[in-house]
Write a protein that binds this ligand. Structure first.
Ligand code: GSH
Length: 391
């Protein structure tokens, strides 16, 4: 079984013509195994596997050497799991909303477990809506989280996708979800379960000795027959770079901004309640618990987050700088989007993260003090059009 998996992985490795394939993020350091050849001759395969084997032996030897010679805790891999999580039966949860796109030909049956205004969930919805996929939504109570009791991970977004064998495959992590679905939609002849297996969970110790988890390859698309000619290596690299930036930088600026003061935190939660239709989906006591406990907790937590991400008190300044950096990158392209005439996955990721604060004071301040508006509303228009909400 394990051998089989390795063979399949090996097959994908050599087909990723020039794309770095297996990437692990160890506290921001990327360890890459670079698959550079698209030739499929047996000798190339042997050579690639020998090279990988040699690399593995040398890597392991070096890791062993540094482990015994250095006493300080150091970043290292703890575990690598490839098992996917399935449910035989759909969980007993209430579908809060169904997004139906009559033009959806994907054949996918998707349920997204989310908080309406979580930046990672917004990112996934931006992708789903732009891609014209139909899906169901389960709005999870952020305090009690009963609707994800079935899930081994307690984070949202999490997704259940109906597998060809009728079971329900769980996908976790917004970027992994987008990469799996984007790989599938490029070539729906691929098996979604097999695709998901190319994004294994890893656990590792970071440099401070804390145990962390991540998902390998989460910014990479998997192409069965090599990178399509229409996509250059540079374009793919740039797309990955900004998708990573959205997760590793931009997203960390959201909480300190939208919960900057007690008043802003409460305003923000009132807006969450409005767009998440909490009064409709939860009893009044639960809705109020979510608003007041949520606002107080997030106001306090955002102070810690500010420290953790080395932000000064001028949190607005940080987000303005980030948006200027992004706008410069888009403007350098001389096209409406980073992806050209159409948004790519980086446009959708940055848009998704920002849309999570659309009703907040922080967002109107960004519109007034940066040049983000033109690009932001252009992406929004594309998304609404693909969802069939615009003529
Ligand atoms: N890397 C994850 C992050 C997801 C995440 O942190 N989600 C938050 C909500 S915004 C969450 O569920 N937090 C609950 C918890 O940490 O217990 C992704 O991209 O999906």
């Amino acid at each position: 079984m394990a051998n089989n998996k390795f063979t399949v992985l090996g097959r994908y490795l050599i087909r990723f013509s020039g794309q770095p394939t297996l990437t692990r993020s160890l506290n921001g350091n990327f360890v890459r195994f670079v698959g550079t050849t698209a030739k499929k001759s047996p000798s190339t395969l042997k050579l690639t596997l020998k090279g990988l084997g040699l690399g593995l032996v040398l890597g392991t030897g070096y890791a062993g050497y540094t482990f015994v010679t250095e006493s300080k805790p150091k970043a290292h891999l703890v575990n690598e799991k490839e098992e996917l999580f399935f449910l035989d039966k759909f969980p007993n949860v209430k579908i809060t909303r169904s997004i139906v796109n009559p033009k959806d030909k994907s054949g996918l049956k998707i349920t997204l477990f989310q908080y309406q205004t979580c930046p990672f969930c917004c990112k996934v919805r931006a992708y789903l809506d732009y891609s014209g996929i139909s899906y169901d939504i389960v709005e999870v109570d952020a305090v009690l989280r009963q609707d994800i009791k079935w899930s081994p991970t307690k984070k949202v977004p999490t997704m259940l996708v109906k597998a060809p064998d009728g079971r329900f495959l769980q996908l976790t992590d917004s970027s992994m979800i987008v990469s799996v679905l984007a790989s599938f939609l490029r070539d729906p002849s691929q098996n979604i379960v097999e695709l998901a297996s190319y994004y294994p969970n890893i656990t590792f110790m970071d440099e401070k000795g804390s145990k962390k988890a991540d998902i390998m390859n989460k910014y990479f698309l998997m192409f069965k027959d090599g990178t399509p000619r229409s996509l250059s290596k540079e374009m793919l690299e740039e797309e990955r770079k900004w998708r990573t930036w959205a997760d590793s930088h931009l997203v960390h600026l959201i909480s300190p901004n939208v919960y900057r003061t007690k008043d802003e935190a409460l305003e923000t939660f009132e807006w969450f309640s409005e767009v998440g239709e909490w009064s409709q989906h939860f009893p009044a006591w639960e809705r109020n618990l979510m608003v007041y406990v949520g606002a107080a907790a997030m106001w306090a937590i955002s102070k810690r987050l500010k420290k953790r991400h080395d932000l000064s008190d001028d949190v607005r300044g940080h987000i303005y700088d980030a948006l200027d950096k992004w706008t410069d990158a888009v403007e350098n392209k001389k096209t409406p989007f980073l992806g050209g005439k159409k948004p790519n996955l980086a446009d959708l990721a940055v848009f998704g993260v920002l849309s999570s604060m659309e009703g907040c004071r922080a967002f109107s301040d960004c519109l007034e003090n940066t040049r983000i508006a033109g690009w932001f509303y252009a992406v929004k228009e594309q998304i609404l059009r693909n969802r069939g909400l615009l003529p």
